[in-house]
Design a protein around this ligand. Structure first.
Ligand code: ATP
Ligand code: MG
Length: 245
C-alpha cells in the first residue's frame, strides 16, 4: 500500500521514537517516554539506542550492552520496543537518517513523534539536516530537571512559532514542536557511570534487571573512561604476549 493511499483511508498512527545514547538507560528516560506517551496518546514507543553518536564522546559500554539494557527496560511495557535500526550501520547515527528509515517503512512524518529532553533539544541547530529535520517528524520536547520547556521559546526564538503545548495532537497537518512539562527523575547516565566507578549504589536509578546486567558484566567499573589509556597499554601488552605485533 502506498503512503498516500494509506493516509487517505486510515487515521494517522501516533508513534513515539525515543533516541539516545542510553549509556546506560535509566529512570529519567522511562519517565520521559511515559510522559510523552500519555500526553500524546502514543500507540507505540520505539526506543532507539544510538550506535555512533555524532555530537559527543563515544559511549563507554558497547552498542550490544546498551541495546540489551534497553530491551530489559522495555520488557513488559505495552507498545514499547527496543529498535536496532541504528546498530547495523558503521557510520555516525544521524537522527535525520533514522527518521528517513522510518519513512521507508511506511510511516508519514506527521505520524512520528521524536521524543527528546529539553537539554538535548536546545542543541537542535547543530544537528545534521537542520532545519529540514523538523519536517521529518513532530518533535515532542519534555522538560528535564533544571531545564523547563517554558524557557525554550526564548532560548530558540527562530523556532518559537512552531512550538505548542499539547492540545490535540491530531489538529496539526504539519510537523510541530510539542512542549511537555513533566516531572522526571533528576538522574543522568553520566551520574550513574560515575557512581558505579566510585562503588556507590544505583538502586532505583535503573530497572532492577538493568542493575543486575551492569553488575554481572562489570560495566562501568572495569571500563571507566579515565582508565582507557591504561587499558590500551594493557591491551597492547596482552597482544604482545599473544604474539601480535
Ligand atoms: P549522558 O549523561 O551520558 O549525556 P543522559 O542521561 O543525558 O546521558 P542521553 O542518552 O544523553 O541520557 O539522553 C537521551 C535523551 O533522554 C535526551 O533527549 C535527553 O534529553 C533525555 N533525558 C535524559 N535524562 C533525562 C531526564 N532525567 N529527564 C528528562 N529527559 C531526559
Ligand atoms: Mg545526555
Amino acid at each position: 500500500m502506498t503512503q498516500r493511499s494509506r493516509t487517505q483511508r486510515l487515521p494517522p498512527r501516533r508513534i513515539g521514537i525515543l533516541g539516545g545514547t542510553f549509556d546506560p538507560i535509566h529512570r529519567g528516560h522511562v519517565e520521559l517516554g511515559l510522559a510523552a506517551q500519555s500526553a500524546l496518546g502514543l500507540a507505540q514507543v520505539f526506543v532507539v539506542p544510538t550506535h555512533i553518536p555524532p555530537h559527543r564522546p563515544q559511549p563507554v559500554a558497547s552498542s550490544y550492552h546498551r541495546f540489551a539494557m534497553v530491551a530489559l527496560t522495555v520488557a513488559g511495557r505495552t507498545g514499547w520496543q527496543a529498535t536496532d535500526v541504528e546498530l547495523g550501520h558503521d557510520t555516525p547515527s544521524y537522527t535525520s537518517l533514522t527518521l528517513r528509515r522510518f519513512h521507508e517503512r511506511g510511516f508519514a512524518p506527521f505520524e512520528l513523534f521524536f521524543l527528546i529532553g529539553a537539554d538535548a533539544f536546545i542543541e537542535i541547530g547543530t544537528w545534521k539536516d537542520y532545519p529540514d529535520i523538523l519536517d521529518q517528524a513532530h518533535f515532542a520536547v519534555v522538560s528535564r530537571p533544571g531545564c523547563p520547556v517554558t524557557h525554550l521559546p526564548r532560548r530558540l526564538p527562530d523556532l518559537a512559532a512552531r512550538m505548542t503545548p499539547v492540545l490535540d495532537p491530531d489538529v496539526h497537518g504539519t510537523c510541530v514542536i510539542f512542549l511537555i512539562e513533566a516531572p522526571t527523575a533528576d538522574v543522568s547516565s553520566t551520574a550513574i557511570r560515575s557512581r558505579l566507578a566510585d562503588g556507590q549504589p544505583i538502586t532505583g536509578l535503573v530497572e532492577p534487571d538493568v542493575q543486575q546486567h551492569i553488575e554481572q558484566h562489570e560495566l562501568y567499573t572495569a571500563m571507566v573512561p579515565g582508565r582507557r589509556e591504561d587499558d590500551r597499554s594493557a591491551d597492547a601488552a596482552a597482544g604482545r604476549l599473544h604474539g601480535q605485533s
